[in-house]
Design a protein around this ligand. Structure first.
Ligand code: 6OG
Length: 158
């Protein structure tokens, strides 16, 4: 039997210029085919923020200039004993040109045209808070990796 395990830490950065968000279509690995922000696992010896900056550069070839903490999401899976804790950041300004990489193909979407049907099932729940700059905390329960079966979401103004 496996006992409780510490959360696995990941990052997610979404550029929001006020009317559009920059997402990437994931080309390989976990979540392939889905649109999402840019991010990945926090590595040993780096802070969550450093990991967020590194993954944004690796996956989209840009550096955020005003990256802020936007919220925290915890994902539990019936087929994985380790919850994932995803730290979500937002930024409105960046240096560099969003560029397709091996991992991600960047695309801008108007706020009203975010492609939720091609995104993780949790996203539709917390994007309203994200787009309105309200800090959010959510816990999401997935079955068979991709089916969302329950969630809790709190929004504030922190
Ligand atoms: P790599 O393992 O490819 O990073 N991620 C999720 N994002 C959303 N919106 N919903 C989920 O529901 C997610 N699960 C993972 C975190 C994976 C990237 O995908 C995000 C990371 O940015 C389950 O390095």
């Amino acid at each position: 039997l496996e006992g409780p395990q510490p959360n696995k830490l990941l990052t997610l950065v979404i550029i929001n210029d006020g009317s559009r968000v920059l997402l990437g279509r994931k080309k390989r690995g976990f979540g392939e085919g889905y649109f999402n922000g840019f991010g990945g696992k926090v590595e040993a010896g780096e802070t969550v923020r450093q990991a967020a900056e590194r993954e944004l550069l690796e996956e989209a070839c840009i550096t955020a200039e005003d990256m802020k903490e936007a919220g925290v999401l915890v994902f539990t899976f019936d087929d994985n004993p380790q919850p994932w804790e995803v730290h979500v950041f937002s930024a409105s300004r960046f240096r560099g040109e969003p560029t397709e990489t091996d991992e991600m193909a960047p695309v801008w979407f108007n706020h009203a045209e975010v492609p939720f049907d091609k995104m993780w099932a949790d996203d539709v729940h917390w994007y309203p808070a994200f787009l309105q700059h309200r800090y959010f905390r959510g816990v999401f329960g997935f079955r068979n990796t991709t089916k969302l079966v329950w969630h809790i979401l709190e929004e504030g103004n922190e």
